[in-house]
Design a protein around this ligand. Structure first.
Ligand SMILES: Cc1cc2nc3c(=O)[nH]c(=O)nc-3n(C[C@H](O)[C@H](O)[C@H](O)COP(=O)(O)OP(=O)(O)OC[C@H]3O[C@@H](n4cnc5c(N)ncnc54)[C@H](O)[C@@H]3O)c2cc1C
Ligand code: FES
Length: 343
């Protein structure tokens, strides 16, 4: 696991529960990244190592520093640790940039669909495209409770001033009534009907791509609207901040004892039904490598030598994995003789 140490040069308050950490780019070992990718932060809290990915809210060709934006999650260990303890001058260990939620060659129209903290990769992509691609029209469709909880409202308004033709924003607010002073707002959630209306109003969809980052409701609504309009799957990109597990997939999963080999040492591990092998190993103090915990990055890849296992919650097809290769953040044992090696 290649790591870097970054210095915090600013901590910016975005909303009541969201801050941005700004890091100085190291002079020598610079972090290379693409708009839409994420940075993985590593902390030691009460003796235990915690690793969490945060999408860049900065854009590589626009911002000089590196920025990530963190929303407090109720009872969340790392997000609250960052909010409560990190200050200017602190050094934080990070991994190299990762992620495939990127837009390297933008189409004529790029639709960015986000809710809440899902804006982070989308603001990065917006800034990058607007600054570098003269032909691309960018649409941001962004849902929040109200103005006060809208992350990056100022940045968005500035971008609209600088790029009035190329950047169109539709704000959805669930806790605000539309009146004479805010006619530009749309009341309610971004649901299937409203997503469809927006696409019909704005889009020439043949040469468009769609980036979605937010809760399941947003993802399903936008996907439904896009499917209705025959938008091809290769035009749709999704970033998940959390792994969604369907209880039905656990039907044949039981609590099992698993053996694993890591750095030439063998461990016996009880994997309780519902927990992944990665979560169980981390709970047992085995510091396996990982980052996204959503089946995307492959940092937790292992080879199953014996026994049956299954991956649950993968939101993307992973046809790059060999038959015996599993992502431990999503892997659950099916039989009692599972033995695996962490590569
Ligand atoms: C690719 C990627 C990019 C991400 N980018 C960002 C980002 O830009 N900004 C940001 O704030 N977060 C982002 N996250 C989420 C972030 O990595 C952490 O998961 C989040 O900060 C919670 O960590 P925690 O340690 O505070 O909570 P934990 O202690 O890990 O979790 C506490 C509880 O909250 C639930 N939970 C975890 N994350 C969320 C969430 N996001 N929303 C609702 N419930 C949750 C967990 O299931 C658990 O039940 C990203 C995640 C991924 C995979
Ligand atoms: S930690 Fe990223 S795929 Fe498992």
């Amino acid at each position: 696991m290649v790591t870097y140490t970054l210095k915090v040069i600013e901590v910016r308050t975005e909303t009541e529960d969201t801050i941005t950490l700004c890091f100085k780019q190291p002079a020598l070992r610079k972090i290379k990244y693409l708009a839409g990718q994420y940075l993985t932060l590593i902390f030691r809290i009460n003796g235990r190592r915690y690793i969490r990915p945060y999408s860049f809210s900065s854009a590589p060709l626009v911002d000089t520093g590196l920025e990530v934006t963190i929303k407090r999650v109720p009872n969340g260990i790392v997000s609250n640790h960052i909010h409560d303890t990190i200050t200017i001058g602190d050094s934080i260990e990070v991994m190299q940039a990762m992620g495939d939620f990127v837009c390297e060659t933008p189409r004529a129209q790029v639709f960015l669909w986000g809710v809440g903290s899902g804006i982070t990769p989308l603001i990065s992509i917006s800034k990058q495209i607007l600054a570098t691609s003269h032909k691309t029209q960018v649409y941001l469709i962004y849902g929040n409770r109200n103005h006060e909880s809208t992350i990056f409202l100022d940045q968005i308004e500035n971008l609209q001033k600088v790029y009035p033709e190329k950047f169109v924003v539709k704000h959805f607010h669930t806790k605000m009534k539309i009146n004479q002073n805010n006619l530009g707002l749309i009341e309610g959630r971004i649901d299937q009907t409203k997503a469809l209306n927006i696409l019909q109003e704005l889009g020439h969809l043949e040469d468009a791509s769609h980036y979605i980052c937010g809760p399941t409701g947003l993802k399903e609504s936008v996907k439904f609207a896009l499917k209705t309009l025959d938008v091809m799957p290769n035009q749709i990109f999704i970033e998940d901040f959390v792994l969604i597990k369907d209880p039905k997939d656990f039907e044949h999963v039981k609590t099992q004892n698993v053996k694993l080999k890591f750095e030439d040492q063998d461990y016996n591990l009880e994997v309780i039904k519902g927990k992944s092998i990665l979560e169980s190993a981390l709970d047992a103090g085995i510091e396996l490598p990982y980052s996204c915990q959503t089946g995307n990055c492959s940092t937790c890849k292992a080879t199953i030598i014996t026994g049956g296992s299954k991956m649950i919650g993968l939101s993307k097809e992973r046809d790059d994995l060999l038959e015996a290769e599993y992502l431990l953040c999503c892997t659950h044992p099916l039989t009692e003789n599972v033995y695996l090696e962490v590569n």
